[in-house]
Design a protein around this ligand. Structure first.
Ligand SMILES: [Cu+2]
Length: 297
């Protein structure tokens, strides 16, 4: 009967490791239990790190639990032995071994992850103009707020936070296949900018300006979400992120600019009621409608 427990003990890690491997390599029914497909080179590097560390941990877990399981099987008291347990206080060789091996693994990981850290957090893209290299300017300033995302595209001057910025709410359209830099800021509390497909996650702290960069290799419609518990509406703090071709992007930006033209503003009469404004149904309206509300009040 005692052997039942050693088998049960082993079943847990076996099922655990098997399900992780099935999810990692996309075996049915766990094919969608892992992260979505990576969309960038930097994401691929993180996947290699993540999967590598996972496999290493799985290997160590397997070694540990199989040793314990074997000991349970082999040395369990089945009621017919007068043998006494051996009392071992310490074993210097063993202790050195299980200190040195994990230390070596950690030192290896510390060096192994450096490239990915540099790619994602240190090597901000640069541009060279007249032989002088400077940081690439952010294409969009992202303002996180409870509970949504504001996007300010650099207008014709190529600089964010100027008069000609183009404002869009909860929708970020970007060209695929290009190095994009975003400037991240918060309006209120700590938020976190998370795009699983890019393996990109950056806390946004009030009073601080952060920069993130990426290069998506495919045109795809994905989502940005907040991964910092920021209040009651945290769960709905999402925005659409659409990677499109350069031509589609340019056309879309022109549309947004048109939405700010004086002709457009004239269409929305200051006397228009909020109900009428809603009927017009355009994400760009929010800024206009807000200012109108202020006028009406
Ligand atoms: Cu948030």
């Amino acid at each position: 009967m005692n052997r039942f427990w050693s088998v049960l003990f082993l079943l847990v890690p076996i099922l655990g490791i098997a399900s992780v491997l099935m999810a990692m390599y996309g075996v049915t029914p766990l094919e969608s239990a892992w992260l979505p497909k990576s969309l960038s080179q930097a994401g691929d590097t993180i996947d290699q790190l993540f999967n590598g560390i996972h496999l290493l941990a799985a290997f160590i877990l397997a070694g540990t639990v199989f040793t314990i399981g074997w000991a349970l099987w082999r040395f369990g008291d089945r009621g017919n032995s007068n043998e006494k347990a051996r009392y071992v206080t310490h074993n210097t060789k063993l202790e050195i071994t299980w200190t040195v091996i994990p230390a070596l693994i950690l030192v290896f990981l510390a060096f192994f992850q450096m490239k990915s850290w540099a790619e994602n957090k240190m090597d901000r893209p640069t541009v060279t103009v007249d032989g002088v290299s400077t940081f690439k300017a952010p294409m969009v300033m992202v303002k996180a707020k409870r509970f949504g995302w504001e996007f300010y595209y650099a207008g014709d001057d190529g600089i964010v936070e100027t008069q000609d910025d183009i404002f869009v709410e909860n929708l970020l359209v970007l060209p695929a296949g290009e190095e994009i830099v975003l400037q991240l800021e918060s309006r209120d509390v700590i938020h976190s900018f998370y795009v699983p497909e890019l393996r990109l996650k950056q806390d946004i702290v009030p009073g601080m300006t952060q920069f993130v960069w990426f290069n998506a290799r495919e045109e795809k419609e994905i989502e940005i979400m907040c991964t910092e518990l920021c209040g009651w509406g945290h769960y709905m703090m999402k925005a659409d992120l659409n990677f499109v071709s350069r031509a589609q992007f340019d056309a879309w930006i022109e549309e947004q600019k048109a939405a700010y033209s004086p002709e457009f503003k004239n269409v929305v009469e200051p006397s228009a009621s909020l109900g009428e404004l809603k009927k017009l149904h355009s994400p760009q309206l929010s800024k206009v409608s807000k200012s109108l509300l202020e006028i009406n009040n």
